[in-house]
Design a protein around this ligand. Sequence first.
Ligand code: DAH
Length: 345
Amino acid sequence: MKREDIDRILSELGELKCRTLKEVEEARVRFLGKKGEVTALFDEFREVSKDMKKEFGRSLNELKKTVQDKIEELRNTVGGDESVAASGVDLTMPGDDFGLGSRHPVSIVRQEIVDIFRKFGYDVAEGPEIEDDYHVFGALNFPDNHPARDMQDTFFVSVGHPNPLLLRTHTSSVQVRTMEKTDVPIRVVCPGRVFRNEAISARAHCIFHQIEGLYIDEGVTFADLRQAILLFAREMFGPETQIRMRPSYFPFTEPSAEVDVSCNICHGKGCNICKGTGWLEILGCGMVDPNVLEASGIDSKKYSGFAFGMGLERIAMLKWRVNDLRHYFENDLRFLKEFEAAPEV
Ligand code: DAH
């Protein structure tokens, strides 16, 4: 056994490079295996004369430790590459496309309607979904015994109180909140979710969405209301669209009307969507009742205004001919995917 043997192994070790775990294992066997170079030196050590044993012994042990450390270090640095290579995964391959999803049809319609009224100069206002009786009914001129307040129709959060909390049954409550805090002239649309105690079916749901509109200024007339609705209907359903107004009743408007648009499927000839009438009902509207203006501190001698309200699911149904309201709430991907190609709004 010679000192040079130890030095040679140390210098070979210094230059050792491995790219894979397999090469690291080969290096380990070469130095430390049964027939390895370091193992051979230990065999030769038995023959070393007694007086040299001490010196060689220490050097040999240091050598073995150095080799072991080096092998360990190599194993740690090449390990990742090797496992990836062995797994057959190609990290340079493009990833799987997981799809971005799409807007919900109710969101698409809401945005379209808001954009149309924004063009006409309307702002957007919002209000709470948990409301009090005053903002949903009282300030809107509902008499105390009006059936809408009935528990069969309204979800109450608290009962017994003179002004109980409830889930708003329409977005007209946001009219009231807007009038309370905004100076006239007022021009707003108020989109939001509403709740009614209805049995769920293809034509009714206990949760749905509305957009309320309110315009108050000096000298606002029914002709302004009619023109605003006509312009909206033509933007929404096409430039050929006609409207008709039928007299109706709401506690918060006087006079009140319901508005139909000409059926954009049969163009007035009559089809199964418009049930042969050539007309489709889209909203309720009217001139804001002076009592409603006064309740929110607006001088009804000086100012007048109109209001309207429409259901978003209904408009979406007409637009896309969805025949069952429940589809809007079930989040069935097969239904939602139908709207992927809808315009980004
Ligand atoms: N709030 C009514 C409803 O939920 C809709 C409505 C009708 C709103 C007439 C109005 C209006 O602002 O003037 O059925």
